[in-house]
Write a protein that binds this ligand. Structure first.
Ligand code: NAP
Length: 264
């Protein structure tokens, strides 16, 4: 069984649960009877989701607001989880954001914060939590990459680079940890209708034609089904699977000038 069974001392930790894919991942886990630890900065949103999950699925839900771009916030979160007497059986490392624009024109502080959230926080939480899973010979980790992880993206250079890190880490950890009873799945969605695009700025049209778009509930369902099967990588939604292949194999000398020309 690649997704551990729910147990009283275990919980699923969902980062970025206040919105979009993270909120729907929490719903998928609650539906399967898992206790949840919900993390993001907006506590009011987390409390709202917690009430919904407690009343609909009768599961334990803890709300632990944190700024995961700060090392201190992450250490404090890990201490608070231990203080609750909970062990993380499922880690859904989802919090992240993107930035659209040219490398030298973006706000340097936002670029820095994005790298700390999309890369450092993902690494820190996985590094802190995976050893306990390996010791118990049971655990599941989902890493949120993107279809942007398969290729450089003109107009989203830093974001695509952060997701390439996540995909590379996730694919190796999948192989390294499976013999220790821990499944690691990397999720690579194409464009999803969430608040992501308001935060990232730039034109949504640049993210792909209409058939490429999908919704966070569908992405979350495919992701958790992938965890259950012990999948290495999940690329949800048919048209995005083809784009991922194209991104992986199209020569960069063709791909990047084409992206530049089409206005990204
Ligand atoms: N939407 C897409 O098209 C798409 C495609 C591919 C991959 N993804 C990836 O999917 C993941 C989820 O994105 P989404 O589409 O669901 O976007 P979203 O609706 O904007 O959700 C992002 C989540 O991250 C949290 N977050 C942001 N900064 C944080 C911080 N410093 N500390 C803690 N939490 C923080 C946000 O909560 P607070 O603001 O309350 O902190 C929110 O819950 C991201 O990793 C994103 O890169 C999205």
């Amino acid at each position: 069984m690649s997704l551990p069974n729910p147990r009283p001392e275990g919980a699923a930790l969902v980062t970025g649960a206040s919105s979009g894919i993270g909120a729907d991942l929490a719903r998928e886990l609650a539906r399967r009877g898992h206790a949840l630890i919900l993390v993001a900065r907006r506590a009011d949103r987390l409390e709202e989701l917690a009430s919904e999950l407690r009343s609909e699925h009768d599961v334990r839900v803890e709300v632990l607001p944190a700024d995961l771009s700060e090392r201190e916030g992450r250490n404090d979160l890990l201490e608070r989880i231990a203080g609750l007497g909970l062990e993380v059986d499922v880690l859904l490392n989802n919090a992240g954001y993107g930035l659209s624009g040219r490398f030298i024109e973006l706000d340097a502080d936002r670029q820095d914060q994005m790298i700390r959230l999309n890369v450092e926080a993902v690494h820190h939480l996985a590094r802190a939590i995976a050893p306990g899973m390996a010791e118990r010979k049971s655990g599941a980790i989902l890493l949120l990459a993107s279809v942007a992880a398969f290729q450089p993206v003109f107009g989203m250079s830093d974001y695509a680079a952060t997701k390439a890190f996540v995909l590379s880490l996730g694919e190796t950890l999948h192989e390294e940890l499976k013999s220790r009873g821990v499944t690691v799945t990397t999720l690579c969605p194409g464009p999803v209708k969430t608040e992501f695009w308001e935060v990232a700025g730039g034109a949504q049209g640049a993210a792909g034609a209409k058939p490429m778009w999908t919704t966070s509930d569908k992405v979350a369902r495919e992701a958790v089904e992938g965890l259950e099967k012990g999948a290495r990588v999940v690329v949800p939604h048919g048209p995005v699977k083809a784009a991922a292949l194209g991104g992986r194999y199209t020569p960069r000398s063709i791909l990047l000038p084409l992206m530049k020309k089409t206005g990204m």
